[in-house]
Design a protein around this ligand. Sequence first.
Ligand SMILES: [Zn+2]
Length: 441
Amino acid sequence: MQETKHHHDTIDSGSVAGYASGAFLRLACRFAGVVALLLLICCSPVRTVRFIPATGENSGKPPRPDRSCSDWRNYIPDTAHLEYLPVRYLRVNFHILNNSDSSHNFRPGEARAYYGKLLDIANARLDSNMRNWRSPEGTPVLPRRYRYVLSPQPGDDGFYYHFDDSLYYFISQGKNQNNYNRTVIEKYAIGKDSIINIFAMVHPDDSIRSSTYRANAQGIALGTCLKMAGIFEKKEPPQNFSGLLNHEVGHILGLSHAWVEDGCPDTDDHPNKCWDWSPDPPCNALATNNMMDYNTHQMAVTPCQIGRIQAGFANEKNAVRKCLVPTWCSRNPQKDMFIRDSVAWEGARDLEGNITILAGGALRLSCRVSMPAGSRITVQPGGRLWLDGVRIHNACGLEWQGIFMEEQKGKQGSVNVLKPSVLEDCPPGKPATLRKSRSGR
Ligand SMILES: [Zn+2]
């Protein structure tokens, strides 16, 4: 049985008074009752009992994922408690495609400086947000809770240069169209199962010369990779293309264009014909600043768009999840969490610290919760934990400690099973603990 006792002997007021001076003795006698009470309060023992789900409650099979697991509404950041949705870090690298005489893209030093800056600016934009012009009045502006991290391999810096006359160019229209072609990815991608590979390409000279070809900044998302073109040719500062990068990665993260039906009630459908706002019709009324529309800003994302991205990160079957830095494997004590209010997590969570439910706090868990290695969930006296068809595990296959209820002066933290739930990756407890722990319900 895993039971720890923090037992302090209770000292009676008489023995305290025996060591005291005369003045203190008189005072202590007057307040003996109070002193005894205080000693009792501060020194009454805390018993900790491990919670083991009853047979049937823990069938060993994961509960069937609830529909709530994939619902974007359950992944919207709570601005009062951003820690409930830890920031996700997406690994990226860059491939600079050039022809063999090195005349059609940035040289290595320039490329590193330019795209390094572009990545910094793209991250700064991800760190902020703005009101989506085409959302209903009152739609909140929320933090996105994800950013990029350059992800080198041992011995390199995450920038790769390819001089390849047959693969350096990108053609988005006409008979030689190759923007959907994946040959360049198959040939040069590095770690594409775990890194977003960004291919910086160029429009070919003859396309640029064509009067019908639009050699503007473009991109295309292909699986966990993306191709971009038109950047080197434009000779503009990197901030002009950070919106394009965020847009293309938005596709990789599962977002559709916002101007069409995209499954988000807070992005409206519109013709997508206004590159920027202007005082004259139609762009006085039809301009947009959404990251997933075509416009000069590409800055705003709505709560639904954020929820959809976060739901994808949390989905263990999603290829994009494998491109995240797994910050949830081991415990970071700075990420320990204290639940004081009534909180329900209906979407999945990948947590990085302990959970402690304090007196008066209530936490209801559905879907999936990953607890970091060595961590525990503690329900203090007066705190309540509801297991509502949840699978609690460590998403890296490491061990966490389990759920513990504290009891003090006959008051115990309670764990209630609303729907069959599963605890995985925590060492099994003894059946004897089971009945005892259930007394706390
Ligand atoms: Zn697009």
